[in-house]
Ligand binder design. Structure first.
Ligand SMILES: C[S@@+](CC[C@H](N)C(=O)[O-])C[C@H]1O[C@@H](n2cnc3c(N)ncnc32)[C@H](O)[C@@H]1O
Length: 295
């Protein structure tokens, strides 16, 4: 399934890219936002596109091969926690706008083979890139307390303790290796009627594990101030978050910076997709966009 860029028109409307401006797309994914910005910044505007997923970068490069975009789209396979250094190395010290479209690409959910989806039996990896512990290593080595905290704090799962307990019990017999191993454990440690709820019983635990595996919240906290330092005066920073934990980080940081006179928040309430976008792209339903301008 190809990835449909979320809140694209809203991002373009707020960024209002002009010919020859430079942007950074910290999470390029399939390149939806990057390519739309490049269209508006002809003839010489550039976009520096970052992503941890090598496969997605290669696909994007293939898409622009032989076009004039080869000169204007610079891709780097890197964690956006290094955004400041990579920007400097590539001549993007002062840019007109920076976008973070957080989380997972739909193609990765479907095709990466890394165990992001609880609908597929795959190795429980869940890393966006190649560094760090896999989700499988986490569930097989963390203590009962650490697992309970991780599941509870990163997903508000009310059965966090039961699930963590079942994980530690299961792994005494054999290691937890695949998504279906984990789903079985979750199903057996939550009430039967949990399965008939609106969301799959594994939804929250999978979210929590993905956040922990990629250290998503800490990395976001590190990256946003770095991004701010790369903006020109009147440059804009836009962040699309898909769960309340990351949205809260952005909301609080923007408020703090606005109070200190460094930023002006452009939308008091987060921008959410119109009903028509959600019906066309279910993944967009939880998106929240916040935009601020550097003073
Ligand atoms: C929602 S997708 C972006 C989709 C993109 N805007 C588009 O329209 O095609 C998020 C992307 O961010 C990448 N990503 C997540 N965390 C990252 C990080 N810390 N550093 C770099 N890339 C990251 C993921 O690999 C994924 O491809």
């Amino acid at each position: 399934m190809s990835h449909i860029p979320v809140l694209l028109q809203e991002v373009l409307q707020y960024f209002d890219p002009q010919p020859n401006q430079d942007y950074i797309d910290a999470t390029s994914g399939a390149g939806g936002h990057s390519l739309a910005i490049l269209e508006k910044t002809k003839p010489n505007g550039r976009v520096l596109s970052l992503d941890l997923d090598e496969r997605l970068i290669s696909k994007l490069l293939l898409k622009i091969k032989g076009t004039e975009l080869e000169k204007r789209l610079i891709t780097v396979c890197v964690n956006f926690s290094e955004i400041d250094q990579i920007a400097k190395e590539n001549g993007f010290e002062k840019v007109d706008g920076i976008l973070f479209d957080l989380g997972l690409n739909s193609e990765s959910l479907e095709e990466s083979g890394k165990g992001f989806s609880f609908l597929k039996d795959e190795p429980l990896d869940m890393r966006f890139g190649k560094e760090g512990l896999t989700a499988s290593e986490i569930v097989n080595t963390y203590s009962l307390e650490a697992l309970t905290d991780l599941i509870r704090n990163y997903s508000q799962e009310k059965y966090a303790y039961s699930i963590a307990q079942a994980i530690t019990k299961f792994r005494q017999r054999k290691p937890i290796v695949t998504t279906f191993d984990l789903i079985d454990i979750i199903k057996h440690s939550t009430p039967l009627n949990y399965e008939h709820r609106r969301i799959h019983p594994a939804t929250r635990t999978f979210q929590a594990l993905r956040i922990a595996t990629n250290n998503e919240l800490q990395i976001l906290e590190q990256a946003i101030p770095k991004a701010l330092s790369l903006l020109k005066e009147q440059g804009k920073i836009a962040v699309i978050a898909y769960h309340s934990l990351e949205d809260r980080i952005i909301k609080n940081y923007f408020r703090e910076q606005a109070k200190a006179g460094h930023l002006q928040i452009l939308n008091k309430k987060p921008i959410t997709p119109a009903a028509s976008e959600v019906s066309n792209n279910f993944r967009s339903r939880s998106a929240k966009l916040r935009i601020a301008i550097k003073l």
